[in-house]
Ligand binder design. Sequence first.
Ligand SMILES: [Zn+2]
Length: 361
Amino acid sequence: MRAGTSDDNMMLQVSDVFCKRLPKVELHAHLNGSLSTKTLRELANLQKSLSGSDDAVWNIQEAIIEHGQKRTLEECFQLFGIAHSLTTTPAAVYKATQDVIKEFADDGVLYLELRSTPRSVPGVMSKAQYIQAMVDAIQNSTDGQILVKLMVSLDRQQGQESASETLDAVLTAHSQNPKLIVGLDLSGDPMKGSLTDYLPSLAHARNAGLKISIHCAEIPNPDEVEKILDFHPDRLGHCTCIHPLYGGSQELWIKLLNSHIPVELCLTSNVKCGTAESYKKHHFIHLFSVKHPVVLATDDKGVFSTSLSEEYMLTADSHGLSREQLWQMALSSIDYTFASEEEKNQLKDMFLQIKQLSDVQ
Ligand SMILES: [Zn+2]
């Protein structure tokens, strides 16, 4: 046995390069919020050339797109609107999907579940066509390094009529592509809409074989959290205000832990939106320290100028995690995917091969 040297310590340090090479699983990424500056600029140029609309509007949009990491929170929210205004045709949705897939693959992501709320644009695109454009983009994705699945989102602001229209489109698309469309997500402004209105649609989707993920406790709302946990979705997003330190209660926290439902955690998104005070004070550590299943995710990598590698780096940095802890966290994330058991086993084999190679290097 030999004493550890400073070289050994250096080797064990988590670095940007290590996080980028780490094979990763992304389970909480919204299509429009994930669009990079490059894609937004290309989509804007395309739309501008087709419409020839007002230059002043474009100049404001371009300024926000170009601000990148320096974007204010207000500009971040404006960017969501800009992204939505640029994905209003099947061709734009197709390009957006393909670009996002490529960027995640380039970041070392082996498996991606991409989610989006399908929109209809009168005379241009129906919700079914929006979903089909994403399906086509996934199927024609040339990057063989990444396995991609689609989750369709219901926006809690959209109202029941629109939600049931979305549900019809999802169920039809799911019956045609059961292996590719794997889940339904409930998202949107947590201050708006009532969860109860959407539970029947979620139950209907579950009966049709779709997995369910719900954005949960982004603001303190104990009644809603109770109902969500009683519904027992397959995964939960955020769960920010459940711990008693963050606007929840001990009772709710214990209920979450006892549910063993995996939680998708998006640190940068929460910090930038101000729902978490800092990376260090993020509720990640409370879940991680009691071994509750968690998966790191980006939420909206374009809007918040992040990547999944950066999320691993920032989490390791803020909470003193080792390389081995990151390996284990990334590996266990495979179990929380909505992939088939066969696909999960293939992903684990691939993951362990990459780990073995990196261990002997
Ligand atoms: Zn989200």
